[in-house]
Ligand binder design. Sequence first.
Ligand SMILES: Nc1nc2c(ncn2[C@@H]2O[C@H](COP(=O)(O)OP(=O)(O)OP(=O)(O)O)[C@@H](O)[C@H]2O)c(=O)[nH]1
Ligand SMILES: [Mg+2]
Length: 455
Amino acid sequence: MGVGDTIAAVATPPGEGGIGIIRVSGPDSIQIVERIFHGKKPLSQGRNREMQYGLIKDGEGQAIDEVLAVVMGAPRSYTREDVVEIHCHGGMAPLRRILELVLAGGARLAEPGEFTKRAFLNGRLDLSQAEAVMDVIRAHSDRGLQLAIDQLRGTLGRRVTALRGDLLGVLAELEARLDFPEEDIPLADRERTARILKECAARIADLLAGFKGGRALREGVRTVIVGRPNVGKSTLLNTLLGEDRAIVTSIPGTTRDVIEEVILIAGVPVRLVDTAGIRQGLDEAERLGVERSRQQAARADLILLVIDGSVPLEEEDWLLMGEAAGREAIVLINKGDLPQRTLPEDVKAHLPCAPLLKVSLKEGWGLDELKKTIYDQVVGQGLEGVMVANLRHAKALEEALAAVKGAAEALDRGLSDELICVDVRAALTALGKITGESVDGDLLDEIFSRFCLGK
Ligand SMILES: Nc1nc2c(ncn2[C@@H]2O[C@H](COP(=O)(O)OP(=O)(O)OP(=O)(O)O)[C@@H](O)[C@H]2O)c(=O)[nH]1
Ligand SMILES: [Mg+2]
């Protein structure tokens, strides 16, 4: 067991706290810590997985800190290697000094994610589970946490492994038939293979269906508020946020800079971006502001186009509606408390696909409807049973789906088993990218480099 040397890192965040943890993993971890740990008995003679109280001392016998140390012997540890954790006081000085002593004793400073990478390489977690570790740490909401924990517990991995198992069965059968001429293969066999392939395709499509919502939950949704000056964009940001974050005045051109804040809508992190009103810029600052608004709109996952219903549509409104067409967008006709000069029909005629809502931010009506519309728009078919939230996984599933469909089609068209095998193997490789059977070292490095230190 084990993939090499002994690594160490501080596992708790920098700063002050009650407890700080230094984690050591690898073949020499117990021996390295034993030399600096002074307890009732030597560290290696304590009971496995039991906290031992003692002092950490440096080479001169100087006490550094009072600590608890715990040994988690291989293979029942996070990495499946011998792991020692030192729980000291959570301050910069004790953590730094103890880490220095551990490194001086022969450990190497761990890279970000290296403990989890070892857990994966030693077979304790599949790759989808290893990736879920960071999703748990970075979850923004209870719902996002639930999704990450499910993945950490292996729900996605099990689905993918089951799919691979069925496809491996198909492959074995196809390969066994390769030696026989086509006409000797009973029709029933071919039909059974076709049925299994179609069923696999449906299961993959099912996993993919929840991706839109899963991704929104995991990564959040960039929602950019655009519109002419003075239509109520900043008021919208403030209202949704529940605080006066952006300056609101009755003077057109108030907002010049981009303002961003995150709110949660039913657990989905929505990053709201307020921008400068779009019009032919008067001075340079305003022109630059307008340019930034356009850049923001181009990067948006969702556009909230605000229109002032108390005045007739102007040229910029038409322009913005044109730009919102073909994008994920919601149109708000604001200032519903005033006599209306712009009717929903006028907008609908020009932008038929985007949901349209009438609101009055001043009187505060229409907001629940707005939140619901945002949620429906970004989450798609709902979050029930969602398992896929990671773009990498979705891409692999899409690849697998195309290959399985290809195989089913080839079978329907009576093509040779050899050709069908090629597609089935491609599907297996694609699925293996999710659980980690078919990934190369570079991809692993990239995945784990996004982890935090000590994890
Ligand atoms: N009557 C009425 N006034 C509103 C409503 N919403 C916003 N306003 C007013 O409209 C004016 C402009 O609001 P802002 O939120 O600053 O508009 P903006 O789109 O951010 O404007 P710029 O930053 O200049 O582009 C302010 O005086 C608001 O109080 C509404 O629903 N009804
Ligand atoms: Mg504004």
